[in-house]
Design a protein around this ligand. Structure first.
Ligand code: ZN
Length: 209
């Protein structure tokens, strides 16, 4: 358990160090036997220790000395609905959040959008943070995808493990910045569905499996 708690804390610190997140807004979790381990609510990750990371079972029972992130509900629901999810990174990163404030989805303006499982990254409808309504909206936006934006809120990405979830969150933020910049110059043409199907197939077999 302690190894996983240390890994969650390390990922949360890395998320802030690389500029993806500021302060205590974002949160991180990893699947663990019978539930998941999630960052605590309102704690400075530089001051936190591994034991501050909270284990929560799938019935939402938290164990440990700290209260879990106020956004634990969507972490639980993603693990329950998506067996391929091993770790989740949620941030209020600047470019993803800017686009999410306009409730924009990210279309296939660049082939790397296929990284997240389809020809777009959707934006989940707005709902109050921490609510079941937000969690439901996110699961809908995540259908067939491993990432979504969240209206007037931020973004969430899941991966096989923490390292991949963080790396993909960094990639999504980079894509959001590129899309934002491209929009300053005009309306970028989109890759056709046939080309995105080719890219999706390549990604299924690309790199270290
Ligand atoms: Zn949030």
């Amino acid at each position: 358990m302690n190894v996983l708690q240390a890994a969650v804390l390390e990922c949360a610190r890395a998320m802030n160090a690389c500029g993806l997140n500021r302060g205590t807004a974002g949160n991180v979790s990893v699947r663990a036997e019978g539930g998941f381990i999630v960052t605590p609510t309102g704690m400075d990750y530089l001051r936190a220790v591994p034991a501050d990371m909270v284990f929560m079972d799938m019935q939402s029972e938290a164990k440990g000395k700290r209260k879990p992130s106020s956004e634990w509900r969507f972490h639980r629901d993603i693990y329950a609905a998506r067996p391929e999810a091993g770790a989740i990174v949620h941030t209020h990163s600047p470019f993803a959040t800017s686009l999410a404030c306009l409730r924009m989805e990210i279309p296939a303006f660049h082939y790397m959008i296929a990284r997240f499982g389809g020809d777009s990254v959707r934006c989940a409808d707005y709902a109050t943070f921490g609510t079941q309504a937000l969690s439901d909206a996110m699961l809908k936006a995540l259908q067939g995808r491993s990432a979504c934006l969240m209206a007037q809120h931020g973004m969430t990405v899941f991966g096989r493990e923490l390292e991949q979830a963080l790396a993909h969150a960094v990639e999504l933020e980079a894509l959001c910045e590129q899309y934002w910049r491209a929009l300053q110059l005009g309306q970028p043409p989109l890759l056709p569905a046939e080309e995105m199907a080719v890219i999706l197939e390549k990604f299924r077999t690309y790199g270290q499996q």
